[in-house]
Design a protein around this ligand. Structure first.
Ligand code: 2RA
Length: 340
């Protein structure tokens, strides 16, 4: 059983990671189609030692494609995901275009794998910050329902794309040379600086990125009134997000119990050495599949509170790996058909 797979947005940071993961995980592929914007057409990318030409999305024949992994932005997904699905392909979409559509499953395989099986052609990949938090919190929530989540994020430049990762490096060099740092991918200098996530603000003063964590977590956990408040911050880190999370339960949650659950949880690696003051760091989370979790401790301000810290690769588990795992899940459940 091998599939005809298309990557939409093949030359971006997430597209590049998708290509690597499909090879690394030996995903069953009989034909790989690489699709991108007109400016990337003609580029050649390597897959399993073969060079593959990047084509324009408009040139794709989705009737001959079984699976589309889309990471080319919301506008492209809005236009092409429904057309690909109508042609019979299954689309795993990394953009935010369909995440809150009630007919589209929003899936983290470690949390709500069953949701993927009710797809009608499109499955949405959650926002990176939501994926990383959901993987860490789900085992605790299953043990005792979380009453409230307060989260502060420390988000890497990669969330704004490959160009943003380059820009923060150039800004650092410029500053060290006493020059003015350029600001194109971000409105402000990120090197030696940080700023609240610059996505549009709503009438309550929360930005889109923060509301994604609220609304997507509710949908994935299946708790429509889950109390979540987020503060999302962009920090001068390359490709891994970190999150400081405060949890409130109805009853006290013992730290030892939480640690045991986290150590047994899929997609989680507990990293904490209190003697050495050593805990999850973005430079160590980068390139790893697992979400690193540590500094699990009682909340001294609330008898039913728990605090924890995590770092996770934004491009990998935060986007590309989660999408590939959804596709692998569909195959394992015989829910990804090969067209005749
Ligand atoms: C960000 N999560 O980090 C958003 C989009 N990838 O900006």
């Amino acid at each position: 059983e091998a599939y005809r797979v298309a990557i939409m947005g093949a030359t971006g940071a997430v597209g590049t990671e998708l290509l690597e993961l499909l090879e690394e995980r030996n995903f069953p592929i009989k034909d790989l189609i690489l699709l991108a914007s007109p400016r990337s057409v003609g580029k050649e990318l390597m897959f399993k030692g073969q060079s593959i030409n990047v084509k324009a999305i408009s040139d794709a024949n989705f009737a001959d494609i079984d699976l589309v992994l889309a990471s080319a932005g919301g506008g492209i997904s809005k236009e092409w995901a429904p057309r690909a699905a109508a042609a019979g392909a299954v689309v795993v979409d990394n953009s935010s275009a369909f995440r809150m559509d009630p007919s589209v499953p929003l899936v983290v395989p470690e949390v709500n794998p069953e949701a993927a099986l009710s797809h009608t052609g499109i499955i949405a990949n959650p926002n990176c910050t939501t994926i990383l938090m959901s993987v860490a919190l789900w085992p605790l929530h299953q043990c005792q329902p979380i009453r409230r989540i307060i989260v502060a994020t420390y988000q890497s430049a990669s969330g704004a794309g490959a160009r943003a990762m380059e820009e923060v490096k150039q800004q650092a060099q410029a500053i060290l040379q006493g020059k003015e740092p350029s600001t194109n991918a971000f409105p402000y200098p990120l090197a030696f600086n940080l700023f609240p996530h610059n996505s549009p603000l709503n009438e309550h003063g929360y930005c889109q990125e923060e509301m994604k964590m609220v609304n997507e977590t509710r949908k994935i956990f299946g708790v429509s009134d889950l109390r979540v408040s987020a503060t999302c911050v962009r920090v001068p880190v390359l490709r891994a997000h970190s999150e400081a999370i405060n949890l409130e339960f109805s009853q006290p949650f013992e730290v030892d119990k939480a640690l045991k659950l986290l150590q047994a949880a899929a997609g989680v690696k507990v990293v904490e050495d209190w003697q050495a003051n050593y805990f999850p760091m973005p430079i160590e989370a980068s390139g790893q599949d697992d979400v690193l979790v540590g500094r699990v401790r009682r909340d001294l301000s609330h008898e039913c509170g728990l605090e924890l810290w995590l770092s996770g690769d934004q491009i990998r588990k935060g986007a590309a790996l989660n999408a590939v795992q959804i596709a692998e899940l569909l195959i394992s459940k015989q829910a990804l058909k090969i067209k005749a």
